[in-house]
Write a protein that binds this ligand. Structure first.
Ligand code: GDP
Ligand code: MG
Length: 430
């Protein structure tokens, strides 16, 4: 029996061996994908090196192929760079909240001004827009028309000469709004002068949020664009436009890495309605060329949960709450999971096909039973008397006999877990 248990423990703790050549091959494959997505080489190297290092040190959890784990680690690193999984919010904190939009010509600033205004208006804010582009004569008409279309107050000066003065007068004229969006000219011709102008507008209106508008299709150029602006003023937020194109937006990722700004929105079309809150998970999935990243993330999370449960079982701490967690991860992972081998019938070596199938059918029932229990009952199963069992059975739509059966399985598992714990101690003592 001693031997059986140590085998079982080895099996549980067993990690897959990944040879270096395989790891390098996978890393190269992912590098190619990221480069194709316009992520600059230095970032690609940093990310894959980090991921490979982590995979060497952490070792993938058993049952997760190295390739999937590398993608998972890379996903974590990329999402970290984007500021986490939680989408960043746009929250006007004072009135008027002044937003300054920057970006090169054609990046989509003017369109985005109107989109952002529309987005905020739909959420109950009163939004005004100011056009300060004195270089492209059509810019004034463009934003004025968009403002009329969405019904937002607008300030601009046709044939105006001094962008800074226009911005100042815009702020005075539209004082009553909640949010004031100031559109600027793109830098292109005579760059230095335009950057100075943007800086002068910044100093004149003292905006609460500076937004860099980045076109997803410019690829690797995005980083240099961000850098040029950053020499003159801080950038708080990035909006990536033209994500409806085939571009994957890796260039914008570089701009984010350079500025430390957070992406808040993406543009997905020319219409004023086509602005979406930025979703880091979706964005990274697209970068990695994976539509099914969600499934992978769920699976790996379930494996981690399962390892936690195993640790609890090994440490002899096992209550119904742990049991419930275990059932949950089993339902996600399927019958081949490691924890399953600890279930009814007992030892891995002895479990039969029929038992696996039978237990699988039971999983759903057990989950329902456990869900009908109170927290107190889950933590302290000793209090389960006949009347509590009747109530639980009623709530779960099963018979009291089913509840008792499940409790027997749990008791067996608990006994095993105690033996396992003793066994571990013995092994450690040796
Ligand atoms: P600006 O020079 O930075 O002000 O750029 P504009 O707002 O004038 O936009 C330049 C072009 O890009 C226009 O034809 C827009 O319709 C287009 N555009 C802007 N945002 C998007 C987007 O998210 N998707 C697509 N497909 N086109 C966009
Ligand atoms: Mg414009």
């Amino acid at each position: 029996l001693t031997e059986l248990f140590s085998k079982l423990v080895d099996k549980i703790r067993g990690v897959e061996y990944i040879d270096e050549a395989t790891l390098q091959e996978i890393a190269r494959e992912i590098q190619r994908t990221l480069l194709k997505a316009d992520v600059p080489l230095d970032l690609v190297k940093t990310f894959t090196d980090n991921a490979v290092k982590r995979i060497r040190e952490e070792k993938p959890p058993a049952g997760i192929p190295p390739r999937e784990y590398l993608i998972y680690v890379l996903y974590e690193e990329l999402v970290k760079l984007m500021g986490g999984e939680q989408p960043a919010e746009f929250k006007p904190t004072k009135k008027p909240y002044i937003v300054l939009l920057l970006g090169v010509e054609g990046s989509g600033k003017t369109t985005t001004s109107a989109k952002l205004a529309r987005y905020l208006m739909k959420r109950g804010y009163k939004v005004g827009m100011v056009e300060t582009d004195t270089i492209r004569p059509a810019a004034f008409d463009q934003l004025k028309q968009l403002a009329e279309k969405i019904g937002a107050p607008f300030y601009g000066e046709r044939d105006g000469k001094d962008a800074v003065e226009i911005a100042r007068r815009g702020v005075t004229n539209l004082k009553g709004v909640d949010v004031l969006i100031i559109d600027t000219a793109g830098r292109h011709r005579n760059e230095e002068a335009l950057l100075q102008e943007v800086k002068a507008i910044y100093d004149a209106v003292n905006p609460d949020e500076v937004v860099l508008v980045v076109d997803a299709t410019v690829g690797k150029l995005a980083a240099a664009q961000a850098e040029a602006f950053m020499k003159y003023l801080p950038i708080h937020t990035v909006i990536i436009t033209k994500m409806d194109s085939t571009a994957r937006g890796g260039g914008a990722l570089a701009a984010v890495a350079k500025t430390g700004a957070r992406v808040k929105f993406i543009g997905v079309g020319e219409d004023v309605e086509e602005l979406e809150p930025f979703n880091p998970r979706k964005f990274v999935a697209r970068l990695l060329g994976m539509g099914d990243l969600d499934a992978l993330l769920e699976k790996i999370k379930a494996v981690f949960e399962e390892e936690e449960v195993l640790e609890e079982i090994e440490s002899g701490r096992l209550d119904l709450l742990t049991f419930k967690k275990q059932i949950d991860s089993l339902m996600k992972l399927g019958p081949l999971s490691k924890v399953f081998q600890l279930l009814p019938g007992g030892l891995a070596a002895k479990i039969s096909e029929e038992q696996i199938e039978l237990s699988q059918k039971n999983l759903k029932k057990w989950r329902a039973i456990l869900s009908s229990m109170t927290m107190e009952e889950l933590k302290n199963p000793d209090i389960l008397n006949a009347s509590r069992i009747r109530r639980i059975a009623l709530g779960a739509g099963v018979t009291p006999k089913d509840v008792k059966e499940m409790l027997t399985v749990y008791e067996n598992l608990k006994k095993m877990s105690k033996t396992l714990k003793r066994q571990m101690r013995l092994r450690m003592a040796r």
